[in-house]
Write a protein that binds this ligand. Structure first.
Ligand SMILES: CC(=O)CC(=O)SCCNC(=O)CCNC(=O)[C@H](O)C(C)(C)COP(=O)(O)OP(=O)(O)OC[C@H]1O[C@@H](n2cnc3c(N)ncnc32)[C@H](O)[C@@H]1OP(=O)(O)O
Ligand SMILES: NC(=O)C1=CN([C@@H]2O[C@H](COP(=O)(O)OP(=O)(O)OC[C@H]3O[C@@H](n4cnc5c(N)ncnc54)[C@H](OP(=O)(O)O)[C@@H]3O)[C@@H](O)[C@H]2O)C=CC1
Length: 291
């Protein structure tokens, strides 16, 4: 299977990050999202991140222009019809993803591959909402995509070897390191990382420490590059909650119970950096803790 044209569904932080690294590797990329404004904002973010890489000497301005010229975007799903591989990076919600697969499959070439960047959902169950479970799998990038080296590859029960090999080759061309995970809730990274973040939120909820105390403790006491609450805001609190719910439901163990404070923040629409407020308020010059 030869991949030349890559389609992305969802112009959020992950979709744009994947578009960025795919274009840098020379793939032609088309980003589809429901909202033209989001696509425009996403393309501006990609340009900003590429420009940072030019300023830090990681690429030339010529390379930035070349990569940018390979990325197009539209709110018309028919524009994915040329894609050899579509990576779905829409909201972490099974209903949303299943609906997208119905729409995408109706415009895709029969031989095209479809992959999901889901953080937690069952690949086998998502595959069953497509017309091509044998050409469907999980390709799970980490955030921020241009910086993080790892990609988890996850097969569903029906994924064919040819699909898996094509995904491996694609990810290899992006200069990322692969780990293979079995199709269990939240795979490897999030099975370990999200309970830690959820525990940090319980630590805040129970008053053991303030937002700043908890983040400082883990940054300086455990050498984490970001504190767990800062990281939760970075990932998106809606995504964190969805992952905890998938772990709780899928593994049926109370140790994965989402912290009620996390639920409350999501209910308030305080989703972290992307909405301007989460455990920190990002609307001013510097982030200010909200508790
Ligand atoms: C939820 C899931 O399903 C799975 C997940 O992804 S879980 C989340 C996994 N990610 C993490 O754990 C990230 C933890 N944080 C970090 O590693 C670091 O804080 C960080 C890499 C994000 C930033 O590092 P830093 O040293 O504090 O900041 P900074 O010096 O500004 O940035 C380092 C580089 O990253 C780049 N960068 C930072 N944020 C970026 C972003 N959002 N997008 C693109 N590039 C970014 C910078 O441009 C810089 O690149 P150069 O070296 O080329 O200049
Ligand atoms: N955040 C992270 O750290 C990581 C996230 N992931 C996974 O990647 C996926 C995307 O996450 P992330 O980028 O953070 O989320 P974002 O919220 O930043 O982006 C999701 C995008 O999908 C769009 N979208 C929603 N519904 C549809 C639809 N029906 N058709 C097209 N686009 C749609 C959203 O638009 P709108 O806002 O208008 O609804 C938004 O632009 C999720 O599955 C997540 O679990 C994986 C690794 C890391």
């Amino acid at each position: 299977m030869i991949i030349k044209n890559v389609g992305i569904v969802g112009a959020g932080q992950m979709g744009c990050g994947i578009a960025h690294v795919a274009a840098m590797a020379g793939y032609k990329v088309h980003i589809y999202d429901l909202s033209p404004e989001r696509i425009e904002a996403g393309l501006a973010t990609i340009n900003g991140n590429l420009a940072r890489q030019v300023s830090s000497g990681k690429m030339s301005d010529e390379e930035r222009k070349k990569a940018l010229a390979l990325i197009k975007g539209s709110a018309d799903i028919n524009d994915l019809s040329d894609a050899d591989l579509v990576i779905e990076a829409a909201t972490e919600d099974e209903t949303v993803k299943r609906k997208i697969y119905g729409q995408v499959c109706s415009v895709l070439k029969p031989e095209a591959m479809l992959a999901t960047n889901t953080s937690s959902l069952s690949i086998t169950r998502l595959a069953s909402a497509t017309d091509r479970p044998e050409r469907f799998m999980g390709i799970h990038f980490m955030n921020p995509v241009p910086v993080m080296k790892l990609v988890e590859l996850v097969r569903g029960i029906a994924t064919e070897e040819e699909t898996f090999s094509a995904a491996k080759e694609f990810v290899g061309r992006l200069d990322k390191t692969i780990t293979v995970a079995e199709d269990f809730p939240a795979f490897i990274v999030n099975r370990i990382l999200l309970p830690m973040i959820n525990e940090a939120i319980y630590t805040l909820y129970e008053g053991v420490g303030s937002v700043e105390a908890i983040d400082t403790a883990m940054k300086l006491g455990a050498n984490h590059p970001m504190g767990p609450l800062q990281l939760a805001d970075f990932i998106g609190l809606d995504t964190c909650l969805s992952i905890m719910q998938v772990l709780h439901d899928g593994l049926a163990d109370s140790k994965y119970r989402p912290c009620p404070l996390l639920v409350k923040y999501v209910e308030a629409g305080w989703l972290g950096r992307k909405s301007g407020r989460g455990f920190y308020d990002y609307r001013g010059d510097v982030p200010v803790p909200t508790r």
